[in-house]
Design a binder for this molecule. Structure first.
Ligand code: PLP
Ligand code: ZN
Length: 448
């Protein structure tokens, strides 16, 4: 079977097509974003049961590259790529954490957290980057004069780009907003031999520069306006459904910044529906930080208009974006999935992340935004306690230890309700015994 995919303009009136090895990020006719379009008729020649069996047989196997959560679904992603050009670090296949204690605490019967941060570079960005860098390797093998791959980043995109490029032997260039990403995120591209450019601006400023830099076709653009990334990221929704034995949850909550990931989530689910693997769709909730909430503001106006804003500094630094590139795709997705948008203040996101941690999670601040959104929607009755809810955790908490340390030191500019300070003591048994006596008593009181 020879499956086909191509870039296609998302503007319904235009629908211009480009082969996937064209260096193009926006439609040359009308300027809209592109999506990757698959030949659904051809894919439908294999029935739903056969696709499910194929995906299950490959899932986490050692049969390279199909054990990857992304490449196990290769026919739905990049069907034409040669396996020898695939750059995979065994991405995807991340665990669904049954958040039983946290769910009970907030009054929800069935809560699951999809731990996308348990991945090679520590965030979901790996899912998209494996596809993009593989396609670049394919184009280079066909003789394309690509010297480097570049991105602007709030930290995780650059970490993923750098590591996939390093594995492939391709030069990466990353543009980062100076002083606005975590130390762990900064050291990742440095260690992986990227050319690291630290610019005295915010993410939106870096994005403007990288768009111009990549007008030179020898420098390929790796931001999510390049829809190759979306193709890989769309496996997250498919994988969640697969992990529930092909049952669709009622609600999926996802933190949103540049808004590529929510459109990716929607696109994977729609593809499953179109090919008959599922019949119902979940509701999708996008959670934003109040300090960077342009989508939330538009949602309050029923999406009748959208105004970019200047994002304010937020602990959820990976979503500190005021002018999201994929806003049109995101709004389209939300309209198809009875979407809801919520936002969370700094205190709400930090407390939600910390409370989750006390039940066995280790949340990044963006996951905190999603958990805080969930708490609000439950409280307002917009999510029912009997609903089956999945929260997408976008990065590993260990990338954000500075955030956690400050929280537990109580060093943020609001009260940190769940701060857990170390008790400093002289190294004597009597002192330790006495301190334990007190502390255990206090914990018992707190837990009743
Ligand atoms: C990139 C990122 C997001 C936001 O994804 P978008 O596609 O930009 O909406 C959320 N959380 C983390 C940890 C990220 O790295
Ligand atoms: Zn067009």
């Amino acid at each position: 079977m020879s499956y086909q995919a191509w870039f296609q303009c998302i503007n319904e009136q235009c629908r211009e097509r480009y082969p996937l090895n064209t260096i193009v990020y926006r439609c040359r006719t009308c300027g809209s974003l592109l999506g990757v379009q698959h030949d659904t008729q051809e894919l439908a020649c294999r029935d739903a049961k056969e696709w499910m069996k194929l995906f299950e047989d490959r899932y986490k196997s050692t049969q390279w590259p199909y054990g990857s959560g992304v490449w196990g679904k290769k026919e739905w992603i990049l069907p034409q790529i040669d396996n020898e050009n695939i750059v995979s670090l065994y991405e995807g296949g991340t665990n669904l954490f049954w958040a039983e204690r946290f769910g009970k605490m907030i009054g929800l019967e069935s809560l699951w957290v999809k731990l996308c941060g348990n991945s090679h570079s520590g965030s979901f960005k790996d899912l998209g980057m494996t596809v993009l860098v593989s396609q670049v390797k394919q184009m280079i093998s066909e003789g394309a004069p690509i010297r480097a791959v570049a991105c602007a980043s709030t930290g995780d995109t650059s970490a993923a780009l750098a590591v996939y490029c390093a594995a492939a032997g391709i030069q990466s260039i990353v543009l980062l907003p100076k002083g606005k990403i975590s130390i762990a995120q900064l050291v990742q591209p440095i260690a992986n031999d990227a050319l690291v450019l630290s610019l005295d601006t915010d993410f939106d400023g870096c994005m403007r520069v990288v768009k111009e830099i990549t007008e030179d076709e020898t420098i390929y653009l790796a931001n999510s306006m390049n829809s190759l990334r979306i193709e890989g990221q769309k496996t997250v929704g498919i994988e969640i459904v697969q992990q529930f034995d092909w049952e669709v949850p009622d609600v999926i909550i996802i933190p949103g910044g540049n808004l590529g990931n929510v459109s990716a989530l929607g696109s994977g689910l729609l593809m499953m529906r179109d090919l008959g693997l599922i019949t119902k769709l979940p509701r999708i909730v996008v959670a934003q930080a109040e300090r960077a909430n342009p989508l939330y503001r538009s949602y309050l106006r029923n999406f009748e208009s959208f105004e970019p804003i200047e994002a304010q500094k937020t602990l959820a630094s990976a979503i500190q974006i005021g002018d999201p590139v994929s806003v049109e795709k995101a709004i389209r997705t939300l309209k198809q999935f009875k979407g809801i948008v919520v936002d969370a203040t700094e205190q709400e996101l930090a407390d939600a992340a910390a409370l989750g941690d006390t039940t066995g999670m280790f949340n990044c601040p963006h996951t905190g935004v999603a958990l805080a959104g969930l708490i609000k929607l439950l409280r307002d009755g917009r999510i029912d306690k009997s609903e089956h809810v999945v929260v997408i955790s976008t990065a590993h908490g260990l990338k954000f230890t500075d955030f956690k340390v400050k929280y537990h030191e109580g060093a943020l500019d609001f009260p940190c309700r769940f701060a857990n300070k170390p008790i400093e003591l002289p190294p004597r048994v009597d002192a330790v015994k006495e301190a334990l006596q007190h502390a255990l008593q206090k914990r018992r009181e707190k837990n009743v």
